[in-house]
Design a protein around this ligand. Structure first.
Ligand code: 5GP
Length: 220
């Protein structure tokens, strides 16, 4: 019988390149992964499509969905709500696919409480300078929003210890294949092969990024 899929939570600083990584992972292994599409109350960015990037909903609709218990988890992030529709996740796990949730840290921790064998991965750019460049270079956010997101990144950095793996997004090809290997090994009971990527093995590197982010958010 098909083994039930694993729930995989991917978080990371704004600008770490999670979205690009997930697209590469799905394109390379469409049979193994399903990407959950979240609902959000924020406005679409140019090029984003309803039902593909997010389900863009009103505050009223979002609250109605909370009431109906439609979300596996939801959270507020820099002035808007984001939530994971439950039904898609449950259906795909039952079909044996690994389901990817690209969500922020509060949601990730809720998921881990509810689903003990969820695998939590934190994606970062190779250093804090690259993060800032990617955020600024995206050109879709105002200075205030970038500042708010950098400050939120500082906060999130405090929660990294709750994650299982740290993935450095050096190149899209390398990082997306690494994610596939980590998940496959988890599923096959070989997680100990990948100790070098455990968060617990990367604390010094994480502390350095944390320190740099703190300096940025002070405006230095
Ligand atoms: P963005 O506005 O840049 O698309 O997303 C902002 C943050 O919300 C990102 O950290 C993203 O991972 C997170 N996010 C997106 N969808 C969800 C969701 O369904 N639940 C939670 N908790 N966070 C989400």
């Amino acid at each position: 019988m098909e083994q039930k899929g694993r729930l995989v939570v991917i978080s990371g600083f704004s600008g770490a390149g999670k979205g690009t990584l997930m697209k590469a992972l799905l394109a390379a292994h469409p049979d193994r992964y399903a990407l959950s599409v979240s609902a959000t109350t924020r406005d679409p960015r140019p090029g984003e499509q309803d039902g593909i990037d997010y389900f863009f909903v009103t505050d009223e609709k979002f609250h109605a969905m909370i009431k109906e218990d439609d979300f596996l988890e939801y959270a507020g992030y820099v002035g808007h709500y984001y939530g994971t529709p439950r039904s898609y996740v449950e259906k795909n796990l039952a079909e044996g696919k690994n389901v990817i949730l690209e969500i922020e840290i509060q949601g990730a921790l809720h998921v881990k409480e509810k689903i003990k064998d969820a695998v939590l991965m934190f994606v970062t750019a190779p250093d804090a300078d690259t993060l800032k460049e990617r955020l600024t270079g995206r050109g879709t956010e105002t200075g205030d929003v970038i500042a708010a997101r950098l400050s939120r990144a500082c906060e999130e950095a405090r929660g990294i210890e709750n994650y299982d793996y740290l993935v450095v997004n050096d190149t899209v090809e390398h990082a997306s294949e690494l994610i596939d290997t980590l998940i496959s090994d988890e599923r096959n009971g070989n997680a100990s092969d990948n100790e070098a990527y455990w968060v617990s093995a990367n604390i010094d590197f994480i502390n350095q990024i944390r320190e740099d982010l703190k300096q940025f958010s002070k405006g230095e």
